[in-house]
Design a protein. Structure first.
Length: 365
């Protein structure tokens, strides 16, 4: 941001005979030069231009100062730089580097800033599916959702043989009286509960949701959309869904089984499951006492619930004894034993979802 000071320079003590002076004659200065790297990346994939094309502008051309493409680019880059609040843009609209990225160094009107302030950007964020009298900018929600999947598919030179889609729900804490706020007991705060879908480093979906819902709410619909889109381009790719126990729900597992999609989900432990691996836990305890190190054994069996599941399914149990106490874990999967043994499925396939959790933490800082 430009620095304003009534004194033009400051003199400091000399160092080895040399004069040390601080001055404010450097012109417009920014602390956000890193956005130029983001702009170079966008120049390769064309994300902002394709995102802006998902909007329809119903404003009078003669009265427009800020094009939709400029508004979209300014808002996206602002969020990437950590300026989530629209009010920040009353200062950012004068930022020289953000203006360079937006491709608009000067306003068409002499008294205006090159970029938009909070009020203009607010109209963009309040856009409807179709432009109205008071909301002149509209957007195509389906095209926006498809854009992330298109970018993912285009990043591959050839169709992969198998892909793993990671699903997760996590808290987005709230610090005010935002619409739809609810207190979530697990996260111990008022928050939203967005649903994320990743494939490796690629984000395929980020859907904002209220927190008074099951973690898997809407997952079937998201999978229908995303997997249907992927199979239009890659009809024979094998797809595996991976998630924690919040997604081990009958509706999602049944959908996978009916649509040639495999899954590996965490399974919440209970007394019946733990009783099934009592012997394995005892053996793990004995090994830990002998070696002085943690010990883990794996058991592979077919299982069903008393009421909620429609069929028997394969369950992998990790019977672990660590730090002087049991640490049993369970996963349910549609993958066959001849393709994935119990230990490899748990340690190599299921536990790899930790990389996705780290990406979410990076997203939220």
């Amino acid at each position: 941001m430009p620095t304003k000071c009534s004194q033009e320079s400051f003199a400091f003590a000399r160092v080895e005979g040399r004069r040390v002076e601080a001055a404010f004659d450097g012109g417009a200065v920014t602390s956000d030069a890193g956005v130029l790297l983001l702009d170079a990346t966008d120049g390769t994939i064309g994300l902002l231009a394709r995102f802006a094309a998902c909007f329809r502008d119903g404003r009078s051309r003669a009265l427009i100062e800020h094009e939709v493409a400029t508004l979209v680019g300014q808002r996206v880059m602002g969020i990437a730089l950590g300026y989530e609040d629209l009010i920040d843009h009353d200062e950012l609209r004068h930022d020289p580097v953000l203006a360079v990225v937006a491709g608009k160094l000067a306003a068409r009107r002499p008294t205006w800033a090159p970029l938009a302030g909070k009020s203009t950007l607010n109209r963009l964020e309040l856009s409807r599916s179709e432009p109205t009298r008071y909301h002149k900018i509209g957007h195509d929600g389906q095209t926006i959702e498809s854009l992330f999947v298109d970018l993912f598919v285009e990043a591959h030179k050839a169709p992969p043989k198998r892909i793993v889609l990671d699903l997760d729900a996590t808290d987005d804490p709230l610090h005010g009286s935002q619409e739809g706020r609810f207190f979530h007991g697990y996260y111990d705060c008022y928050c939203y509960l967005p649903l994320y879908v990743f494939c490796g480093r690629h984000l395929l979906a980020a859907r904002l949701r209220r927190s008074n819902i099951d973690a898997s709410a809407g997952a079937v619909e998201e999978m229908e959309r995303i997997i249907g889109h992927i199979r239009q381009r890659w009809p024979w790719v094998r797809i595996v869904l991976r998630a924690d126990s919040g997604f081990a729900r009958e509706a999602l597992m049944s959908w996978c089984e009916a649509n040639r999609v495999d899954y590996v989900f965490g399974l919440a432990r209970n007394e019946r499951l733990q009783a099934r691996i009592t012997d394995a836990l005892s053996e793990a305890r004995r090994q830990a006492q002998v070696t002085g190190c943690s010990a883990r054994l794996f058991r592979d069996f077919v299982w069903t619930t008393r009421e909620s599941w429609s069929r028997r399914r394969r369950v992998i149990a990790k019977a672990e004894w660590t730090r002087g106490e049991p640490n049993p874990r369970f996963v349910v999967t549609s993958l066959k034993p001849d393709a994935w043994g119990a230990r490899a499925l748990y340690e190599e396939l299921y536990c790899a979802r930790g990389d996705m959790e780290n990406r979410i933490k990076i997203l939220w800082g």
